[in-house]
Design a protein around this ligand. Structure first.
Ligand SMILES: Cc1cc2nc3c(=O)[nH]c(=O)nc-3n(C[C@H](O)[C@H](O)[C@H](O)COP(=O)(O)OP(=O)(O)OC[C@H]3O[C@@H](n4cnc5c(N)ncnc54)[C@H](O)[C@@H]3O)c2cc1C
Length: 465
């Protein structure tokens, strides 16, 4: 039996890492366990044995992700984020629509580029502008309405849905309109399109994810965290005199406080045997998949670093070789992202690859002349959870009814969808709960700018329409 810890954190994903960093930085003696051989949880990369390439599913960050960026800043890895102010939407006919901040103050900073965008007609734009007005002051505090109901209620045109609402909502929330509440869709539009130009900036890690997050684990260890990989927690139980015992293989670790920072299924399993635990009910959480297609060519096939693709199964193209500033002699590396990829889960990899190539070549004709050197398809069946209407009431607070037991993870109550920012917030909220002051470790929000300094209040009653 090891010596008694102040805190054991189970799970070295971003939630667990951020909880461990906050608590160790506050003087606690912390042990951080993960059953896998690497840190980062779902935000990880690995050396693909057959391809001899390090692969990951591209993660992006937004300017409004203040806790994630603060953590990267503390760890010294914030400089590895490549920032973009512009977003380009490509149509199969070759038309390009740019969304970028102009001279007008928030909330009108994107207006000029929006008015020029050929992907939408004037009627589509008028409907979108009216719709966005609903999120001008904030987003609903209540999460009961589905975004599909909202689209109907605000009379959005089919083209506005296909060329604006869908790419943004499915890209950010990883599910269809029925499985996304207006609250979280509204949050995306309020934070990224309206509140400030800084909040909507797109950041892309320019290194594979494990490399990108390793400085966070190193920071944790410098602060004294004992990081133990390949150390799964098999069971937890309360100790008679207070505190917790964690069984990991042959070992039992005793601790005053325990933070479960795993995904929702595993947290449910570990808590199922606790005294007074509710009988296992069907989980209200829906896990949503993401499929990514990785292509290595002998030459450059696009001059864009990234793009949103319209009217296809593929939502995003990331030219990772450009983002990572590869030498031209290395050829190029593209990743195509298919969000909410339930249909692809049932398809074979060859089929997914063939269809993705067919579609992508329409947008990037230079792919046809280039030699495809190697390729890979990654399916992440449980990439995120869906912010289904009404889910908020099932997202638990970080403090539990059990003294000394805390929860972290993107799925806990954070007011954020399933994201790295949500995970880091949850870890910091859990650390705050351990210390009896929930918000103590949270980074400040980005300030609203322009007219939004007076307009933005963030959480609103749901409009009845
Ligand atoms: C393909 C894909 C694309 C994504 N794209 C984005 C994006 O662009 N932007 C964004 O913000 N987010 C994105 N996400 C979501 C983001 O990765 C997650 O929201 C975030 O990483 C969740 O972190 P977490 O710490 O809450 O959970 P996890 O990352 O799931 O961490 C939980 C950890 O607990 C460990 N664990 C579980 N059980 C045990 C046990 N019994 N004992 C010990 N350890 C255990 C696991 O090994 C894991 O390391 C994406 C996710 C995927 C998969």
């Amino acid at each position: 039996m090891s010596s008694r810890q102040d805190v054991v954190v189970i799970g070295a994903g971003l939630a667990g890492l951020s909880a461990a960093v906050a608590l160790a930085g506050d003087g606690a003696k912390v042990t951080l366990l993960d059953r896998r051989p690497e840190i980062g949880g779902r935000a990880y990369s690995y050396l693909h044995p057959a391809l001899q390439e390090t692969v990951d599913s591209q993660h992006v960050v937004l300017g409004c992700c203040t806790n994630l960026l603060d953590l990267c800043g503390l760890a010294g890895s914030a400089g590895l984020v490549r920032w973009y102010d512009e977003l380009v939407f490509l149509e199969p006919n070759g038309a390009r629509s740019w969304m970028k901040p102009g001279v007008l103050p928030a909330p009108s900073h994107q207006t000029l580029s929006f008015l020029r965008a050929p992907m939408l007609s004037l009627r589509d734009k008028a409907g979108i502008a009216t719709g966005l007005m609903e999120f001008l002051r904030g987003y609903p505090a209540d999460d009961s309405e589905s975004f599909r109901t909202w689209l109907k209620r605000t009379g959005q045109t089919e083209r506005a849905i296909l060329h604006f609402w869908e790419p943004v909502v499915v890209g950010a929330l990883n599910d269809g309109f029925d499985n996304c509440s207006t609250k979280y869709a509204g949050k995306v539009f309020h934070e990224t399109f309206l509140r400030s130009p800084e909040g909507g900036r797109l950041g892309i890690p320019a290194a594979p994810l494990t490399e990108f997050f390793t400085p966070v684990a190193e920071l944790a260890m410098r602060l004294g965290v004992q990081l133990e990989l390949k150390s799964g927690a098999d069971a937890i139980e309360p100790l008679p005199g207070g505190g917790w015992a964690v069984r990991s293989g042959e070992r039992v670790i005793e601790t005053r406080n325990l933070v479960l920072a795993t995904a929702f299924r595993e947290a449910g399993r570990l808590m199922a045997g606790l005294p007074g635990a509710a009988a296992e009910a069907e989980s209200p959480f829906v896990a949503a998949p993401i499929t990514t297609v990785h292509l290595w060519y002998d030459r450059e096939v696009t001059e864009l670093d990234h793009a949103v693709l319209l009217d296809t199964r593929i939502q995003w193209m990331f030219a990772k070789s450009r983002i990572r500033r590869w030498e031209a002699s290395r050829g190029s590396y593209l990743e195509l992202v298919i969000s909410a990829s339930w249909p692809e889960l049932k398809l074979g990899r060859e089929e997914i690859l063939a269809s993705a190539l067919r579609e992508a070549e329409i947008f990037f004709p230079r792919m046809r002349q280039a030699k495809l050197v190697k390729s890979s398809v990654l399916k992440e069946a449980r990439a995120t959870f869906s912010v289904t209407p009404g889910l908020d009431r099932f997202r638990p607070a970080q403090a539990t009814a059990y003294p000394g037991l805390f929860l972290a993870g993107d799925w806990t109550a954070t007011e954020w969808p399933s994201t790295m920012e949500g995970a880091v917030r949850s870890g910091r909220l859990a650390a705050g709960a351990v210390r009896g002051d929930t918000t103590r470790f949270l980074a400040p929000e980005l300030p609203a700018t322009g007219l939004m300094r007076w307009l933005s209040t963030r959480r609103l009653p749901l409009s009845k329409g």
